[in-house]
Ligand binder design. Sequence first.
Ligand code: NAP
Length: 323
Amino acid sequence: MPQFKNVDLDADIIIIGAGPAGLTAAQYAARANLNVLVLEQMAPGGQALNIDLLENYPGIAKGKPGMDFCDDLHRQAREFGASFLTEQAASLKKADDVFSVSLASGKTLKALALILATGAKHRTLDIPGEAEFFGRGVSYCGTCDGPFFKNKKIFVVGGGDSACDEAQYLARLTDRVILIHRRDRFRAQKALAERVLRNPHIEVRFNTVMNEIKGGQKVSSVVLEKTSGECKGTGEIYEEETDAVFIFSGMAPQTSLAPDVKKDGTGYIIVNQEMAASVPGLFAAGDVRSGAFRQVITAAGDGAAAAHFAAAYIDGIRGEAYT
Ligand code: NAP
């Protein structure tokens, strides 16, 4: 194991999070001959595991299921020499150029650089019934839970790429998908939005919000409000039966590990062009960092850049330690 100023390190670099950003960083850092440890609390792949068919990654012309793509990324990183640990990182600190990562299991790991690739998690609507019926008709992942609602009636909430992508997927399972969006136009990329609007299995209702999800053992209805561009609470309110509600109201960055790092107004970690955050030696890549165009390809690009510049940073502090 590497050493630095007589401190035993567990790795040169620890990467926290094994989505496309973390897995690409692992591959690049291992190829740069660094000793690399990746921490991931779940299966490697992150949100990309839920992509039904990854169709916009350059070079994969026919597309590939997200799960297969993530498997390949994981295998590639391991083959280049990165190690993986299924553990939850609980906190970080840095002293005398050495980062210590405390794990939920109580163990502490030390390294010279860290790449945070912890991604983002689903934002909730915070309406009555949402938490209560989670797993009983309320879901945040079409590809995970859609098959439970074959030929059933499904509401989808949101107007971004996720809502449009997932509505398209769900519309292959049933011809009763109703997509509601709070505004009068989609935020999603034009091509996706147009596909949704053309899909005969999807009914789009703009200017509509969901105020409540109701049910007994499982979801049975939703309370909706037609806002007509006015504020919530002023429009026509009606209740409608449904079997499921899929919510895609955006993402919130997972940054609780780095409370002292500079963030933008929406909580994403600010990095420079080298993916370096405000603490020297700490890099952020993928959906957790500010300003990202949140795609698999850009997450992978961030991961490659973060690994490259983290390797340069490590060379720098090792050089200083020897002089
Ligand atoms: P997003 O782009 O932030 O969209 C979230 C949607 O939810 C918006 O339409 C927003 O409405 C709506 N919303 C937010 N809070 C709401 C609330 N309280 N009530 C009702 N509606 C609410 O999030 P996303 O679609 O999950 O996408 C996240 C990132 O991943 C994006 O950068 C996206 O491009 C990327 N992505 C890409 C693909 C792809 O390329 N195929 C697929 C999935 C995701 P407003 O529009 O009114 O704000």
